[in-house]
Structures are given as structure tokens and as C-alpha cells.
Design a protein around this ligand. Structure first.
Ligand SMILES: [Zn+2]
Length: 440
């Protein structure tokens, strides 16, 4: 029926007093914990070891549950492939598998049932609604549509919301711009570094991005859109409003999003995920009050396939607002400060220095195995080609070695690198000093 489309703004979940939601959230939490205990050998073991009765846990008892960390997920998937011992359903119920970047270069896997994908659609639609997307919007998903979750999930969520969608960001920029213009696309979902790359191309080719007619842009996958200088630069170049958003493949591609106020990301996962903030060094909970900083932790409360309980994200965030927002939403708002560890982000894909070293070590003994990444700024985002110094070993043809390493990094870690081969001994640890894998 024309004009009678569904609004993806849920006043009960999004604008209620958090106390009002407590009984519902508690019921979902308990159901999830009991389900996970009964179906996941990993969590049965973890809860038993911690002496936890999942049916007796309320919202105030989350701290009694053990944390889950990324490395644990990787190990359980190596031991019990493909999804690991936290998977709660069989193949007959698994609808899709995605990859999430891992600490060793080998991705961990995320499984979803049809119900899980429906939850993802709800969350993507809810978040993009806050960014101004409506069923009459024309949206460009300027992300890759591979097994990394973001592209495909935004595509499905946008379709679920009812928007018209142009899928995929791999097209040559000049062609993309002409399609954006011809079709009147007014919304772009992408990463800050990709739209900045497009802006660089436009500048070199004398294309005025403002003439394209893009009105709103949702940017995630890396910090940047929440940084005032980066946001202003992108908004001025494209002539549009930029909204910061954030999620994770392991939980949902987006669980935080800015609203029209552009004043920090609201929590958008009400009813499906519980967020916590903890002190990364002690694990103690931190109240989400304005000015607080800490590490994000997620607990699934509506997940069938691969639920994660108290999953530590390594994302360090700051609470930028805790009062109800003029948009009506009552959740607190955050911005992402960066990763707790040494991780780099190249065009929205997480890259761990240890993963780079791992790829380079494939070439032993032609290399010694010592590397150093030269990052170009204080933040985790690095523009490709990423400069990597590599100690060569028993090799006569350095040019060929450089090309081979760059090719292998591109294939395995999906980013462009500029390898500088340095003499053996240059990067090797001196005494008991550890070599810094990343210098800034
Ligand atoms: Zn708001």
C-alpha cells in the first residue's frame, strides 16, 4: 500500500527508560544462557568451571559469567571445525557462514540461522533508519560483498528496510560515480578510508563529488567518522552528512549508530545483545556514564547458531553522552577510540602485525622472519600500500622476493603492501628487547 511502509524505529526498545526494559532483557538473557549451556560444549564447560547455574543469572550477575576471548573462538574452531564448540545447531539449521578476522591471519567463522539473519536485518534496518534511510532511499553498498560480513549484511538489511540498493564497492571509481549520478543514489554505506580513497580519485580526475547528490553516508569498520576532523573533511568533500556506526562480525555487523544529531553512536542492539564496558586491565565493570572509557563486551541474548557470552572486543570506547537524546532514543552514546592491542585497520579490514609476520615467514629461509610495519599515524587505520620492512635471508634476487611477498600478502591478508627488504640483523631483537612490530 503506497505510503504505508513499516517504520524501523521501535519506540519500546529504543526510547523506553532502561529500567522498564529490565524484565524483558532478563528473561531473554536467562533463556539464552540456558539454551547455550544445553547446546554448546564450550559454554557448558566454562559455566561449570565457574560454578554458574545459567538459570539463576540476572542482569546484575553478568560479572559472574566468564569472559570469552577471540583466541578461544579460534582454538575451539581449530579443535572442532568448522564453527567450534560454541556452535549450538547442526547443518540443517545453519543458513550462512561468514568470516571474522583473526589474530593469526586465519579468520574465525561465524554461523547464522535464518532467525539469526532476521535479527541482523532488524538491527541493520534500525541503525540505518537512525541515519535517515527510508524505503524511498537509494543506497549504494560501497563495501565488498565477500565472506567478510559487512557488505552482504548491509545489503540485506537495506533491502529489508525497503530501500533500493546498488550492491558492491569493487567497481572502478569513474564507473561507480556515473552510476551513482544516473540512478540518483542518495545514501552510501562504506568505510571512512574507502570514501577517502574515492575522494582522492575524484580530485585527480576533476570530478565534483558534490554534484553526485549523495545526502547521507554511514561509515563504519574503523574509527574515523566519529573523529570531528575526518568527519568534516568527508562531509565537505561529498556535500553530505556522515554518520558513524560500529559492529562486529561475531555479533552483528552494526550494533551502534549515530542518529541525526551526529553526537556519538547510540546502542542499537536492544533486545538482541547486551553491551558492557569493562576496565581492560582488570575486567571490572565500568558504568556507562558520560566521560567513561573502557573495553566493550557483548553478550548475545537472541542468538541461535554461534552465541558468544561476555565476548571481549578489544575495542576501547568513550561514553560521550548518557542523557536522553533529542531524537528520543534513551541509550547512551559512544565513540570508538581504537583497539586495545596493536591491530591495524586497512580499508576496514582488521590486520594484525602477527598475521603479517606469519605470511612473511612462509618465505624462510629466503627471509629471516623479522619484520616491522611502518604505520603512518597514531590511530589503527593505515592507508595501503602498507609499508613493511622485511629482513632478507638467503636470497640473490631481491626484486623477485619483494614482488612475491607483496603478492602473498595481497592474496592472504587482502591489502596492498610496499615491502622494503633490509639487511639481516637490522630488525632482529637486540638482547632481550622485543622488536616492535609496528612503528609510528
Ligand atoms: Zn539520538
Amino acid at each position: 500500500m503506497p505510503g504505508k511502509y513499516r517504520r524501523h524505529f521501535d519506540p519500546e526498545w529504543e526510547t523506553s527508560d532502561p529500567e522498564f526494559l529490565r524484565p524483558k532483557l532478563e528473561e531473554r538473557l536467562r533463556a539464552q544462557l540456558v539454551y547455550t549451556y544445553e547446546n554448546s560444549p564450550l559454554y557448558r564447560r566454562k559455566f561449570d568451571e565457574a560454578g554458574v547455574d545459567p538459570s539463576g543469572i540476572g542482569l546484575d550477575d553478568l560479572g559472574r559469567l566468564p569472559f570469552t576471548v577471540k583466541d578461544e573462538v579460534r582454538r575451539t574452531q581449530e579443535k572442532t571445525p568448522p564453527l567450534g564448540e560454541h556452535a549450538c545447531v547442526g547443518w540443517e539449521e545453519i543458513s550462512r557462514i561468514h568470516a571474522s578476522s583473526g589474530t593469526t591471519g586465519k579468520p574465525t567463522l561465524v554461523g547464522a540461522t535464518i532467525c539469526d539473519r532476521q535479527m541482523w536485518n532488524e538491527l541493520v534496518a534500525r541503525s540505518l533508519w537512525a541515519q535517515g534511510v527510508r524505503p524511498d532511499s537509494r543506497a549504494w553498498v560501497a563495501l565488498s560483498l565477500g565472506w567478510w560480513i559487512a557488505g552482504l549484511q548491509f545489503l540485506e538489511g537495506l533491502q529489508y528496510l525497503g530501500a533500493s540498493v546498488l550492491p558492491g564497492g569493487n567497481t572502478e571509481p569513474a564507473r561507480s560515480f556515473s552510476v551513482v549520478q544516473e540512478t540518483g543514489l542518495d545514501f552510501v554505506i562504506s568505510t571512512p578510508s574507502f570514501v577517502q580513497y574515492l575522494a582522492g580519485f575524484a580530485r585527480e580526475n576533476h570530478i565534483d563529488l558534490k554534484s553526485l547528490g549523495v545526502k547521507n553516508m554511514g561509515l563504519g569498520g574503523e574509527p574515523g567518522a566519529g573523529n570531528p576532523h575526518t568527519r568534516r573533511q568527508i562531509e565537505d568533500t561529498w556535500g553530505c552528512k556522515v554518520y558513524d556506526c560500529m559492529g562486529t562480525a561475531d555479533v552483528c555487523t552494526v550494533v551502534w549508530s549515530e542518529c541525526e544529531e551526529q553526537d556519538g553512536m547510540h546502542f542499537m542492539g536492544q533486545g538482541f545483545v547486551l553491551p558492557e564496558i569493562i576496565d581492560p586491565s582488570t575486567g571490572s565493570p565500568i558504568e556507562p556514564v558520560k566521560g567513561a572509557t573502557g573495553e566493550l563486551v557483548y553478550t548475545a541474548i537472541w542468538r541461535e547458531c554461534t552465541p558468544l557470552i561476555r565476548y571481549r572486543m578489544n575495542d576501547i570506547i568513550e561514553v560521550v553522552g548518557d542523557a536522553p537524546c533529542s531524537c528520543g532514543r534513551t541509550s547512551y552514546r559512544i565513540r570508538c577510540l581504537g583497539r586495545a592491542d596493536d591491530m591495524l585497520i586497512v580499508r576496514g579490514v582488521n590486520v594484525y602485525p602477527s598475521a603479517v609476520a606469519d605470511v612473511v615467514r612462509f618465505f624462510r629461509p629466503r627471509v629471516t622472519g623479522h619484520i616491522q610495519i611502518q604505520a603512518d599515524g597514531p590511530g589503527p587505520s593505515v592507508e595501503p600500500p602498507v609499508r613493511i620492512r622485511v629482513e632478507y635471508g638467503e636470497e640473490k634476487d631481491l626484486n623477485r622476493l619483494k614482488k612475491e611477498i607483496e603478492g602473498r600478502i595481497r592474496r592472504e591478508l587482502i591489502f596492498a603492501s610496499d615491502v622494503e627488504l633490509v639487511e639481516p640483523g637490522t630488525l632482529a631483537p637486540k638482547g632481550n628487547m622485543k622488536t616492535k612490530l609496528v612503528v609510528r
